[in-house]
Design a protein around this ligand. Structure first.
Ligand SMILES: [Zn+2]
Ligand SMILES: [Zn+2]
Length: 344
């Protein structure tokens, strides 16, 4: 290292706006950001920034409550997280239910009475509970304990690193969710925490967030852990957060189409539908990778012309009532890759 550079002393000295500081004999990097910049450019979380700048500071909180106050941040995070989750869940769920979900699936014999209402009620009861530990993690992010950054200059590799973090985020969370999901299927855990999500054998987009609170939090945990372990751009994190919600809805939307080239790699609605129907297959979130490694991959019955919609259409054509056991044998077992697994 250049001896001149190595002799520089980099330190962080908070100063007030306009104050000049010139310690003799050393070069310093001044941390003037938090005190001098407006709320929209502080080191706070992006969403919190916007909410503070445009709504909360001018209209909601008294001026005696500073934007950096812990209590104020926690209250705001709770409100913003709950509102965001409800808007994303209900908005995306409704759009998908109206424009993507094939309503013929509701004629399937394993579709429950009042299922859509029950899915929404369950999700809307769980989401506020899930938000409590989630907000604790958001709070630590906002207080600067994560590796989130909002300045491209802080990324040593520029846009290439942003692209790399996108791929790395998806691979990291996909692997973590796979094993958390398998853990939730453990016989000692399943009944109390994961079974509520498996009540919906023929899920609608509204089943996407209908989890027991602990189940929902654990499966969402990898998304929150990632930025504490790896650098991630804040805007990308926000975009990925929205993408994750869209994806979660999409694997419950009954649209089984996957572009041919990606069918082997991407875990879409076709795969996840079989997870709901056959219980111990296709645990993955985005990719089939871990199901293949973990021996739980099942070629989607939909792609073999034997999915729930095929069942409904066949029975509609025949004018019969579907037995609901099209994919099971007389003992209620499904066949997966030559092995037998009990349909729950
Ligand atoms: Zn499951
Ligand atoms: Zn599901």
């Amino acid at each position: 290292m250049d001896p001149l550079v190595s002799s520089w002393v980099f330190t962080s000295i908070p100063v007030e706006c306009g104050e000049s500081i010139n310690p003799p004999g050393i070069l310093v990097r001044l941390d003037v950001k938090s005190q001098c910049t407006p709320a929209s450019d502080s080191n706070m979380d992006l969403v919190l920034n916007v909410a503070d700048h445009y709504v909360l500071t001018p209209y909601v909180y008294p001026s005696s409550w500073p934007e950096e106050g812990a209590l104020r941040q926690i209250i705001t995070l709770l409100v913003v997280t709950n509102l965001g989750a409800a808007v994303l869940y209900l908005g995306l769920g409704w759009l998908s239910y109206q424009f993507v979900f094939d309503h013929d699936l509701m004629k399937h014999p394993q579709f429950l009475k009042n299922q859509v209402q029950r899915e929404i009620k369950y999700a809307m009861t769980s989401l506020p509970i899930i938000s409590i530990p989630t907000v604790a993690l958001f709070f630590f992010e906002v207080r600067g304990y994560s590796k989130l950054y909002d300045n491209m200059e802080e990324s040593s590799m520029g846009w290439a690193f942003v692209l790399f973090s996108m791929i790395s985020f998806l691979l990291f969370t996909d692997g973590c969710i796979y094993w958390i999901h398998r853990f939730l299927h453990h016989k000692r855990i399943y009944k109390n925490f994961h079974k509520p999500h498996h009540v919906w054998k023929i899920p609608t987009p509204f089943a996407s967030h209908a989890f027991h609170p602990l189940d929902g939090f654990l499966q969402g945990l990898p998304y929150h852990v990632y930025p504490f372990l790896f650098p991630l751009h804040k805007v990308l994190y926000l975009a990925l957060y929205i993408f994750v919600n869209i994806w979660t809805v999409s694997i419950h939307d009954g649209d089984y189409r996957v572009p041919g080239l990606l069918q082997e790699v991407v875990n879409g609605a076709a795969h996840h539908t079989d997870h709901h129907l056959f219980f111990d297959v296709n645990y993955g979130q985005y990719f089939t990778l871990w199901d293949r490694i973990g021996g739980s991959y099942r070629n989607p019955s939909v792609l073999e012309g034997n999915g729930p919609l095929d069942c409904v259409r066949r029975l509609m054509a025949e004018g019969k009532i579907c037995s609901g056991k099209d994919n099971t044998d007389a003992n209620g077992y499904s066949n997966r890759s030559g092995t037998k697994s009990k349909v729950q």
